[in-house]
Design a protein around this ligand. Structure first.
Ligand code: THU
Length: 160
């Protein structure tokens, strides 16, 4: 028997203003996507913006449904849109922001497990890490250098 430790590293920025311009611009795109979310049931709006290697920015936001499980998270709307419009183009970065109609969210909101798994699929496929930035409506920003940092012990094609 041997015990192991897995380490995750990430950076915390005090605010969006502390990011490099390319990264704060991408988060601003995520914030614009937040405004177009369709979240009449949870009243919790999420926006995601992806920066691709070809310079394109692809956005997504959560799309809810009266049949609740039929809705979809912002991150998966964005990554599948990118994969549909630009198949095979490397995804460099993803930025995520949120807005609740119920309360001010002032801490970074991490993507759900299913979205991490869906984003990781493309990181594995492209053999290049995807940088990920996430925040609340205001406040600190967390940056991880790779989806692997957010999803240790992920399931990937190597098992199949
Ligand atoms: N949501 C996302 O869009 N991304 C996540 O990573 C977590 C949750 C959405 C789904 C639903 O529309 C609302 O937020 C509340 O769960």
């Amino acid at each position: 028997m041997k015990e192991y430790t897995k380490k995750t590293s990430f950076t915390i920025y005090e605010s969006i203003a502390d990011l490099a311009k390319e990264d704060s611009d991408l988060l601003q795109q995520a914030k614009m996507a937040v405004e177009k979310a369709y979240a009449p049931y949870s009243h919790f709006q999420v926006g995601a913006a992806l920066l691709l290697e070809n310079g394109e920015i692809v956005i997504g936001n959560n799309q809810e449904n009266a049949a609740y499980p039929s809705g979809m998270c912002a991150e998966r709307v964005a990554i599948w849109s990118a994969a549909s419009h630009f198949p095979g183009v490397v995804v460099k970065k993803v930025a995520i922001s949120v807005k609740s109609q119920m309360k001010m969210i002032d801490k970074p909101v991490a993507p759900c497990g299913a979205c991490r798994q869906s984003l990781l699929e493309y990181e594995v496929k492209q053999k290049e890490p995807i940088e990920i930035f996430f925040m609340g409506e205001v406040g600190k920003v967390i940056k991880a250098n790779s989806l692997q940092d957010l999803l240790p012990f992920s399931f990937d094609q190597s098992y199949l």
